[in-house]
Design a protein around this ligand. Sequence first.
Ligand code: GLN
Length: 250
Amino acid sequence: MHLTIGYLYGDLMNIYGDTGNIIALQKRAGWRGIAIEIKIKNQKSKIKKGECDLFFFGGGQDQAQELVAKDLGESGKGKVVKQEVERGVPLLAICGGYQLLGDYYQPFGLPSKDGKPHSGPKLHGNGLFPAYTLASHDRMIGNIVIESMFGKLVGFENHSGKTYLKKDAVPLGMVKKGWGNNGKDRTEGCIYKNAIGCYMHGSLLPKNPKLADWLLQKALEVKYGKEIKLTPLDDSLELKAHEMVVKKFG
Ligand code: GLN
């Protein structure tokens, strides 16, 4: 079997070790004899329907997000990604990537202009996640542990944007330690069909093998149209790292 991973703006959106998620998917597939092809989809790329079996969208600074938001809209890539997720293609978006797949990310206005918060240009997202993000003066940094459908998930967050889920949005999980979406409502991330957005850098997948395998399994099931049972791996090392964070923080 073979999977193609669409690495959205992998040249611009890849901070805080997020490329480690691609490596984890590659390794966990490779150890099972599943061939993985990585396609970096940057500003010059097109995305054809059915071309990618899984999308990954990493974090990025505000400047990169401005360029990417513009391209996502103007190139139509944002629309195609949304359509692919609607038919079940799995996606993982972290932090800056997550923010650009909501309705919008509203940075602050230019201080020299009027200093009023949130008077800058809105970075429109593709509306995949029913959520919006406002810039804030809080820098939310630190280890994060949440309770989710995958059990506990551990990661590291570093963001100032605060994301607010709209009615009917389903959070990825509830914060046990850390900030999460906005440091207020204890939600973290959002899940829609087989798409997950969250603030969990780390990288996330190496220390959360259950989530990594869920993404691979969904990608294979959608691509090959049948139920897939992944061969179990020896996750003793991954789970040791996971437990260390849970024990210390969560
Ligand atoms: N620039 C965004 C923020 O600070 C996203 C940062 C990130 O991707 N870690 O919230």
